[in-house]
Design a protein around this ligand. Structure first.
Ligand code: FES
Length: 146
């Protein structure tokens, strides 16, 4: 893959305790990573993930709080259960399971988000582009398809 893989990063707004990490995610993410901030991973509807996949995401990362540290008690557990099942479904229809990755972060995990994203990017490069489920076609200026 010559271009960097496109990554949709769904991030629980509470999971990055380090202001430096949150600042990096909020304002210094590389262009190939699209941030979708949520109040809790439990609020991530699988259709949002499907939307990212259909829009051309080569990978989806879900970043949330550790199981016992969710601000909404069990939001992350529900998200994990639901999104893992949805991941099975995506795999069944042609979007490899390894294209979705969960990252559960702890208070001590400063700087981990950068490392996890870099590793995910590397793994996605090995997989190549995911174009099976892309349904939205880029429209050029003036309304003509590119
Ligand atoms: Fe962070 Fe629920 S508040 S995953």
């Amino acid at each position: 893959m010559s271009l960097k893989p496109k990554i949709a990063l769904f991030q629980c707004q509470w999971c990055l305790y380090s202001p430096t990490d949150q600042e990096w995610v909020d304002s210094q993410l590389p262009e190939n990573i699209h941030l979708i901030k949520t109040p809790c991973t439990g609020r991530i509807n699988p259709l949002y993930v499907l939307n990212a996949v259909q829009g051309g995401a080569d990978g989806v990362m879900i970043s949330g709080c550790l199981p016992e540290q969710c601000h909404f008690k069990t939001g992350n557990m529900a998200a994990r259960r639901q999104l893992e099942e949805f991941n099975d479904f995506l795999d069944y229809i042609g979007y490899e399971k390894s294209r979705m990755r969960f990252v559960w972060l702890d208070l001590q995990d400063r700087g981990i988000i950068q490392k996890r994203l870099a590793q995910f990017e590397k793994d996605l490069e090995a997989l190549g582009q995911a174009s099976n489920l892309v349904t939205r076609v880029k429209v050029a200026e003036g309304g003509q398809n590119a």
